[in-house]
Structure formats: C-alpha cells, structure tokens
Design a protein. Sequence first.
Length: 273
Amino acid sequence: MSQPLKATRTPRTNRSNSSTGSGSTGNRRASAQRLTMRRKLAAAAMELFATQGYEATTVDEIAARAGVARRTFFRHFRSKEEAIFPDHDDTLVRAADVLDAAPPHEHPLDTVCRGIKEVMRMYAAAPAVSVERYRLTREVPALREREIASVARYERLFTRYLLGHFDEGAHHDGDDDPLLAEVAASAVVTAHNHVLRRWLRAGGVGDVEGQLDHAFDIVRQTFGTGIGAARPVPTRPAATVSAKGEEDVVVMVARTDAPLDEVMRTIEQALKR
C-alpha cells in the first residue's frame, strides 16, 4: 500500500526577508509602476484588436496608442499576443507566496485551493476587461494558445507543491502518490477554470468566489480530507494496547487527516478491551 502524502513542510526562506527598509519600499514602487505600464499597454492592445482586428494590429500601433516608444513595449512584452495578459506574471508570484507562507497545520490540497484563488481575484478585479479578453481569446487562436500556456504555468506550480509533500523516502514500485498529486493539482485547476469560464460567459457577474468555493468542495469530496485519504483506509486508525501490571496503557497512532469522531471511536474501543 502506498504511503499517504505527508502534510509536513520544509521551512522556506521568505523572499521578502532579503529586502528591508527603503530597499523594500523601492522594490514595491518599481513593481507597481511596472504593472501599471503593462496594464496600459494591454488596454491599448485590446482596444486595437477589438476595432481593427488582431492580425492587422502592429506592435508600433499598440505602443503609439499607449503613448510610449516601441522599445518600451518590448521591455514589458515579447510579442503582441502576450500583451493582453499583463497580470499573469505577478499573479503567479502571489500564488507562489501563498504556498510559501502556508501554516504548518494546513493540508497541502487546501493550500493549493487558496493559491489559485489569486488567479480568480485577478480576473474578478476587472470584470469588463476580463470578459473582453475572454471574447478575444475565443476568436484569435494565437491568444488562445497564450492563455493555455499561462494556465499550464499555474498547474506546474501547484503540481510541484503537492509533489513536494510526497514522502519520497517511502516511494516504491506501484506507489500512486506522485500520480495522485498530479491528478489533484489538475483537478483544482480544472475546477477553477470551469467556474471562471462560466462566470465570463455570464458577463462577469455573480458571486464567483462563492462558486469557486463550491467547486473546491467537490474536489475535496473526491479526494477526501487530503491526498492520502483518497485511497482505501482502515475502518479505524492504527492503535495498539499494551498491559503493564494491573494498569493498561493505551498507545494510539493515527493519521493526521483522520476524522476526530474516528479517532474517538478507536480510543473508546481500546479502553473497553
């Protein structure tokens, strides 16, 4: 039987610890200015794509509409199709920060669900822009391919995170934990994308975060309370009872994801022996 995915965490160095005082403030200011310019260029690109078509629009025209030089455009984007996705790089960083700062008691699957919410919040912050961008990606294959590539980056991030909590020392032939981690990461991303597409098709209205929480509940029901819980588990947690003289000493070993009522039932049964 394969070993459950361990919900233990290796301490990580917080990226923000390397910057202090004015240096950190300067970095935040520079990052904000960069994102502002990227969004300005993206707005110009979307306007031109919508009015004169994607193929007919040039990088020079996008730069001119944004009021900047061509070289400024290429400091922020490598191509015109990349220009309508200005927030993905920053959102990927925020999602990674959620994973890095996860509390020790939180199950990795729940952490991944919180991480991908950063992506949904990016879209929900500007519904009109998100809806127009969705329309363009449906009509222009190059933009659709760029969107797929962006989604793949999130999926790789979350898959690596779940695999990082797999107990490599317990791995053996036939162990399904690595596969389960990848499937779980894909399930979270698929749930997110399903809710996002439905929200965009509805014009960007409605409680999208509530819909996302409902989708994640379905993922949790599918995989149990954690990755390891998706496999068959014993009727009760492993427990051993030893007697010493006239007093019994109960020693219990339980999975960290075992339901409390299951743990209590095992204790009661052991005490009645």
